[in-house]
Design a binder for this molecule. Structure first.
Ligand SMILES: NC(=O)c1ccc[n+]([C@@H]2O[C@H](COP(=O)([O-])OP(=O)(O)OC[C@H]3O[C@@H](n4cnc5c(N)ncnc54)[C@H](OP(=O)(O)O)[C@@H]3O)[C@@H](O)[C@H]2O)c1
Length: 345
């Protein structure tokens, strides 16, 4: 029996505790495909899990990582529509084909062993083939799994973005920059905040964002947003920061605008919790929680990105191996990145 390298968190107090083990290479069971992993995109969630601060269930000795792109190397009994050699991505949640993800029962790299291993056997129903003509790298496709599906869900999962509308992104992390690429391709006016003028200049030059705001030097960025939009407010906000920024998001949103609550990068102190209900009513805003996205939403994002060959923002890649993954998690946690950090196999 052949073996493969698998990374596991045996103790979740620091990402340094990651261990490399040899385990049997799985086979493709009934209705499964075996995927040779080519690239894994890391997420803020992987940091939170590695230090034991993820607010949802995580299995013991978990194999971390939720986002993989690779090649099908074996097709199990009863699988139709896939063949050896197909280039694919694996959905974040193995069980949710469409509709909202319910609970956290089958999210890779959390309650279920994830993708930081050489081979993974998954249900064929959780796999999406990427367009053959695409020039995107495996790392770029891996980045679409969580970040891309999340940004797509925020923009199209409920009340779809329309041409000419405006979208605000908070910070220059993976969700923001991927969302920016999607929104630009749809003809939206885009605005982004960052703590760094250097990062803002980079995002303007590389991704063509229309407006930038430094949230450190302009702490009242909601007022600045209202100037940019001529007093109308912004139509969409990808709220990646949480209770620490929601008040300003509600001040910056247009009447009837849509705030997608995605992340928890900047929680407010208990005594500073804003009166969200009053602000939501005052703006007639739609405030919608986002839980990644179903396989159907991932498939839509893959089609949209593939048809336009959109430059999904991978900033840095590391090689697969225990030490390199530890280094990559440290780099992601340092916040130096703009866009995605990936592991290439
Ligand atoms: N609900 C879901 O389905 C879902 C899916 C994906 C991600 N998430 C969550 O969404 C959040 C973002 O994920 P990510 O992968 O994009 O993270 P990331 O790549 O690690 O982004 C980090 C960046 O966020 C920015 N940031 C931090 N605090 C900020 C603040 N107070 N105001 C504005 N920007 C701030 C910083 O940008 P600058 O350096 O430019 O200031 C930082 O570099 C995380 O909490 C993650 O867990 C949730």
């Amino acid at each position: 029996m052949s073996s493969q390298t698998v990374l596991r968190h045996t103790t979740r107090t620091t990402w340094d505790n990651l261990v490399s083990v040899q385990e049997p290479t799985p086979t493709a069971g009934k209705h499964e495909v075996l995927v040779k992993v080519r690239s894994v995109a890391l997420n803020f969630r992987d940091i939170a899990i590695s230090v034991g601060k993820y607010p949802f269930p995580v299995k013991e000795d978990v194999v971390p990582g939720s986002d993989a792109a690779g090649d099908i190397v074996c097709v199990g009994e009863g699988v139709a529509g896939f063949a050896e050699g197909d280039k694919v991505v694996v959905a974040f949640d193995l069980a949710t084909a469409y509709g909202p993800i319910k609970g956290w029962g089958s999210g890779l790299g959390g309650p279920v062993d994830g993708v930081l291993r050489e081979y993974i056997a998954v249900p064929a129903q959780a796999v999406v083939r990427v367009p053959e003509a695409s020039t995107l790298s495996y790392a770029q496709w891996a980045s679409v799994v969580c970040t891309g599906a999340t940004a797509w869900n925020a923009l199209y999962g409920n009340l779809p973005l329309r041409p000419g509308q405006s979208v605000l992104f908070l910070g220059t992390g993976g969700v923001s920059i991927t969302g920016l690429v999607l929104a630009k391709a749809a003809g939206a006016t885009t605005i982004i905040t960052s703590s760094s003028d250097e990062k803002l200049a980079h995002v303007k030059a590389k991704y063509g964002v229309d407006h930038t705001i430094n949230y450190k030097t302009t702490p009242n960025w909601a007022a600045e947003m209202n100037k940019i939009t001529g007093g109308n407010g912004v139509n969409y906000i990808l709220e990646t920061c949480g209770s620490g920024t929601i008040k300003q998001s509600l001040e910056a949103i247009a009447y009837g605008g849509i705030i997608s609550v995605i992340g928890f990068l900047s929680p407010a102190a208990q005594e500073e919790m804003p009166d969200v209900a009053g602000l939501v009513i005052g703006k007639g805003a739609v405030v919608r929680g986002i839980m990644i996205g179903s396989k159907q939403l991932l498939e839509e994002a893959v089609q949209f990105i593939g048809a336009r060959d959109l430059a999904i923002p991978v900033e840095k890649t590391f090689a697969f191996g225990r030490d390199q993954v530890v280094e990559a998690l440290g780099y992601l946690a340092s916040g130096q990145h703009v866009g995605k950090v990936c592991i290439d196999f």
